[in-house]
Design a protein around this ligand. Structure first.
Ligand SMILES: Cc1ncc(COP(=O)(O)O)c(C=O)c1O
Length: 421
């Protein structure tokens, strides 16, 4: 394939042709021009089990051959198998209601709709605000953008986004203030990522923050939504990010690692208490046409089975700690403000030599990502607002020691090449 044909793929025309990927195996992307790239971003932090797993492909093929499509509320073997597996082996105690979508944004959107429907059907329609964090990303539907705080991605739509309040990222007193300012009786839910991903590059909250947020929600009758689209299914070294702080949310949202990138799949998981008033009211919870697609559910069962059989959540914890240590040299780079993270969700925050962030207009994060790609490693770009430039290193949990060393070397060299030594 020539570059002109590849460039014609882009929806918004671009002078730079996107990479052409011929095939992928393990942590390696094989490009059409013969080069190989280590997928240290697991695509968009999705391919937790690594590429090229034949058992997942076989499960998807088998599901497609048996029942290509039926209405989402109807039952297929793949759908019920995934519900059972999640209830039995994955979800925090109490999250027994399970629904599927095609991805993270749809799942966040659905969780917000469920929170609003919960209060409305329980006779509290005035509870309609969802408090998000100042730095947060929850997806691209208009509702997901509105509850999120990603300034860059919101910018073109600010004038039409619903007005949902924002709280400071790591200070529970800040949430309490927002609750009182807004009037707690008008608040339906609080939504947060356990570890902030795309907006800030793996920012871990202080110990106690999640417990304080849970307590404030309980005190004020507000639902707590954990957005585990990026952190879920082992990415932070535990099944879910909230497990690090022993907090159980009322609603938990998943995507990405749920199918390991093998098929479009997201999930909304809720307690019986959240669903009870909706069920009692008889209100219909509408589905998307491709919700709970059988082939995607088959991919989910196969991906989660691999995570369990190969003890890959533990691998994410131990390799993550190891990779953080290997990144000590990168952390000492004058153009690196901090290296941080949990499990295999690691952020590298860039800075100018004087310690200030680069002006966002310089696009340094994107330039370092492009340089690393040219040198043979894909890392995921992150950053916005106060943290304009960060890289997310979030490889498959199957990454080898040699691959980790290579990623560390390439990231360090790419930062030096773009930012200077
Ligand atoms: C925390 C979080 N929530 C939601 C989303 C949106 O998910 P999707 O891109 O699958 O719609 C993302 C995507 O990066 C995410 O990181």
């Amino acid at each position: 394939m020539d570059d002109a044909r590849a460039a014609s793929y882009s929806f918004v025309p671009s002078a730079v042709a996107p990479p052409i990927v011929d095939r992928a195996e393990g942590c390696t992307l094989h490009l059409a021009d013969g080069r190989t790239v280590i997928d240290a971003g697991a695509g968009a932090i999705a391919v937790n089990i690594g590429h090229g797993r034949a058992e997942v492909a076989d499960a998807v093929a088998e599901a497609t051959r048996r029942v290509s499509y039926v209405l989402p509320p109807w039952v297929t073997e793949e759908r019920i198998a995934l519900v059972e597996l999640l209830r039995e082996r994955w979800l925090p105690e109490g999250l027994s209601r399970v629904g599927f979508t095609s991805g993270g944004s749809e799942s966040v959107d659905s969780a917000v709709r469920l929170a609003l429907a919960h209060h409305a059907t329980a006779g509290r329609p005035e509870r309609r605000k969802v408090i998000g964090r100042e730095a947060s990303y929850h997806g691209l539907t208009m509702t997901a953008l509105a509850v999120g705080g990603h300034r860059g991605r919101r910018a073109a739509f600010e004038h039409v986004l619903a007005d949902h309040p924002k709280m400071p990222i790591a200070d529970a007193e800040g949430l309490e203030k927002v609750l009182w300012d807004e009037g707690p009786e008008t608040v339906a839910a609080v939504i947060a990522e356990p570890v902030i991903g795309a907006t800030a590059g793996a920012v871990v909250p202080p110990d106690g923050w999640w417990a304080d947020v849970r307590a404030l929600c309980d005190q004020h009758g507000v639902l707590l939504i954990a957005d585990e689209v990026m952190t879920g299914f082992g990415r932070t070294g535990r099944r879910f990010g909230v497990d690090h702080w022993d907090v159980v949310p009322d609603l938990l949202v998943g995507g990405k690692g749920l199918s390991g990138g093998y098929a479009p799949l997201g999930g909304v998981f809720a307690t019986d208490e959240v669903v009870a008033p909706i069920a009692a009211s008889g209100e219909v919870v509408m589905f998307f046409t491709y919700s709970a697609h059988s082939a995607s559910c088959a991919a989910g069962v196969a991906a989660l089975t691999i995570l369990d059989d190969e003890d890959l959540v533990t691998a994410s914890a131990t390799k993550g700690a190891d990779l953080l240590r290997r990144l000590d040299g990168v952390a000492a780079h004058p153009h690196v403000a901090e290296v941080r993270g949990l499990g295999l969700m690691i952020g590298v925050e860039l800075q100018q030599a004087d310690g200030r962030p680069y002006p966002a207009s310089e696009g340094m994060g994107a330039r370092v990502v492009a340089e690393a790609m040219a040198r043979g490693a894909w890392v995921y770009p992150a950053g916005d607002g106060n943290v304009p430039d960060a890289l997310l290193i979030g490889p498959p949990f199957t990454i080898t020691d040699a691959e980790m060393d290579e990623v560390v070397r390439i990231v360090g060299e790419a930062i030096s090449a773009i930012c200077g030594d």
